[in-house]
Design a protein around this ligand. Structure first.
Ligand SMILES: [Fe+2]
Length: 279
């Protein structure tokens, strides 16, 4: 019997506004989060942890974080969050004071453990700017934390993708010092996945020999405008979250990422009848 995988659900870019407000005058991000929370609560088997990879609030304000906390109150799973460019470190720290922050001030880096797996959450936010950058203290913390347990597999989470996805207006606000992150990842083969957000759509590439994902959002998606036809735009596409499953295999094990759509869908229906024949 194979060992049970560790399940890490990742949700991203919640953009919670004050109650009653729509994002960009159009998207009910609170209702989208409610549907996302319902999907997480219903998922079997229960995920071990939920990581929220940035842009929890929108403007941000205390009122938005209060609204977010009320919405997350119905989540029946433990969660950790890191800031995105729409967040405030200070307001997030005040809203979630009991999170395992690595430092008492500055970036909200955190380390979480789930069975044999380390999750290192990196704060890539830059005050008042849409792009991301890992500060020197964050890079030092990452290097030291990875070096402290070289035999444990680790997943890295940060808001800003360390690559250009081909969407011009997002590419200029990605992680600006991706090269420094790549150098650290190359020195630590225990890094199995780098999981990000910010672009609100499922995307996959590699960095330093490690898969890098962007998690879709529960609300709206950045328009996949690879032809540069439009000004920065969004579309309300099918909402989803990511489920990173770590199987404790040989060596550092094996990470498999599933995209889980949020909503009510027809099925599941059986493939085969009682006679074993395809229906
Ligand atoms: Fe963002």
């Amino acid at each position: 019997m194979p060992q049970k995988p560790v399940l890490i659900a990742q949700i991203s870019d919640l953009h919670i506004k004050p109650p009653g407000s729509l994002a960009y005058g159009r998207v009910d991000t609170a209702a989208a989060l409610e549907r996302c929370v319902a999907a997480l609560n219903e998922f079997a088997p229960k995920p071990d942890l939920v990581v929220i990879s940035g842009d929890l609030a929108d403007t941000p304000t205390i009122e938005e974080y209060e609204h977010l906390k009320r919405l997350l109150h119905s989540l029946k799973l433990p969660f950790v969050g890191i800031p995105g460019n729409h967040d405030s470190r200070e307001l997030m720290r005040a809203a979630f004071p009991r999170a395992p922050y690595a430092f008492s001030t500055g970036p909200l880096n955190q380390k979480a453990e789930a069975d044999g797996l380390d999750l290192l959450l990196l704060d890539s936010s830059v005050r008042g700017k849409p792009h991301g950058e890992l500060e020197a203290v964050t890079l030092q913390w990452l290097e030291a934390t990875l070096a402290a347990a070289p035999n444990r597999p680790a997943l890295l989470f940060l808001h800003h993708p360390p690559f250009q996805a081909g969407i011009w207006h997002m590419d200029r606000q990605n992680l600006l010092n991706a090269g420094e992150l790549a150098s650290i990842v190359r020195r630590h083969p225990r890094v199995q996945l780098i999981a990000t957000g910010h672009v609100h759509r499922a995307t996959l590439t590699m960095l330093a020999g490690v898969p890098v994902t962007i998690c879709p959002a529960p609300n709206h998606a950045v328009d996949l405008d690879l032809a540069q036809l439009r000004e920065p735009s969004f579309k309300v596409e099918p909402p989803a979250f990511h489920l990173h499953c770590w199987f404790p295999d040989e060596g550092f094990g094996r990470v498999v990422t599933h995209q889980v759509p949020i909503g009510v869908f027809d099925g599941p229906h059986l493939f085969f009848g009682p006679d074993g024949k395809l229906l």
